[in-house]
Design a protein around this ligand. Structure first.
Ligand code: R5P
Length: 310
């Protein structure tokens, strides 16, 4: 078994390597002067079961291209099986046609990855579960929920916890976490009553006096989260924290979170945290390296991955 790291999240790849006690394979992933990606695998991989660890996070296209070119290098070097370990799968939000003449980019990217020569995919908290079916190769979609639930139990008082989905689309995910920590569920329902009027936030469920835990798969601009936190506090919540798997955190998101009334935002290291994230007073990063490492180990030994979530 070999582990190969792209450049998207070297610290996570190193943590997975430490968990498995398997060193990262010697490989160079670098750029020509014009920024073309060049890959050189510097050790023998013939007949090996190889796992490429690469999130397709910002800069998404560069990291996707690295993944494809690493795959090509491994395939031409006669690797026996290539698994793309993609903790954060970029383009996942483009999973359907929201309007006429728009693409389904998540499917396109899945096709490209399989076509490049990847045999299996291992990913985490896909934006929508059905994206798993976009890949015509075996794909395991891991859940961060057990990792998040453990952290919630360690950090938040069990008495008055309430899990909240920040929009109707995230209810299934939030309900699964609520079940794990034995907490009730509330939902933020965003509605534009009339065209041209601003959105109204209705809260489904009684949040007064509760320690609310907002749960989502992605935080990007932070708008969804900060607005939901304000609506919960306006409806009498005692405090609001958030547990979100993928900290995309584009543009001014970190400053928006720091300046918000959120007690704490907890994200995973599926995307490499920036310096701004590391120093933010109300953002904490927990590692999914043990979860990814365990799933890689089980894939290599052909044992059950789903039983990780029983
Ligand atoms: C949307 O469906 C996702 O689950 C997130 O709610 C969304 O991507 C968050 O985006 P932002 O932080 O920009 O509001």
């Amino acid at each position: 078994m070999k582990l190969v790291a792209g450049n998207s999240n070297r610290p996570l790849a190193e943590a997975i390597s430490a968990y498995l006690n398997v060193p990262l394979a010697k490989a160079q992933v670098r750029r020509f002067a014009d920024m073309e990606v060049f890959v050189e695998i510097q050790e023998n991989v013939r007949g090996e079961d190889v796992f490429i660890i690469q999130s397709t996070s910002f800069p998404t296209n560069d990291h996707l291209m690295e993944l494809l070119i690493i795959t090509d290098a491994l395939r031409r070097a006669s690797a026996r099986r290539i698994t793309a370990v993609i903790p954060y799968f970029g383009y996942a939000r483009q999973d359907r046609k929201p309007a006429a003449r728009t693409p389904i980019s998540a499917k396109l990217v899945a096709n490209i990855i399989a076509h490049a020569g990847v045999d299996r995919v291992l990913t985490l908290d896909l934006h929508a579960g059905q994206i798993q079916g976009f890949f015509d190769i075996p794909t395991d979609n891991l859940f961060a929920a057990p990792t998040l639930a453990r952290d919630i139990k360690d950090h938040l008082d069990s008495g008055n916890r309430m899990v909240v989905s920040p929009d109707v689309g995230g209810v299934v995910r939030a309900r699964a976490l609520a079940k794990r920590i034995d907490a009730p569920l509330a939902i933020v329902d965003k509605r534009r009553e009339r065209p041209g009027e601003s959105e109204v936030m209705n809260i489904i469920g009684d949040v007064s006096g509760r320690s609310c835990i907002l749960v989502d798969d992605i935080i990007d601009s932070g708008g969804t989260l900060v607005n939901a936190a304000d609506a919960l506090l306006a409806n009498g919540a005692k405090e609001v924290s958030a547990y979100i798997t993928h900290g995309v955190l584009s543009g001014g998101a970190v400053a928006r979170i720091a300046g918000s009334r959120l007690k704490e935002l907890v994200i995973t290291d599926s995307i490499m945290p920036t310096e701004a994230v590391k120093v933010a007073h109300n953002i904490r990063v927990i590692s999914i390296a043990p979860l990814m490492g365990e799933a890689i180990g089980r894939t290599a030994t052909e044992s059950s991955v789903s039983s990780l979530f029983d």
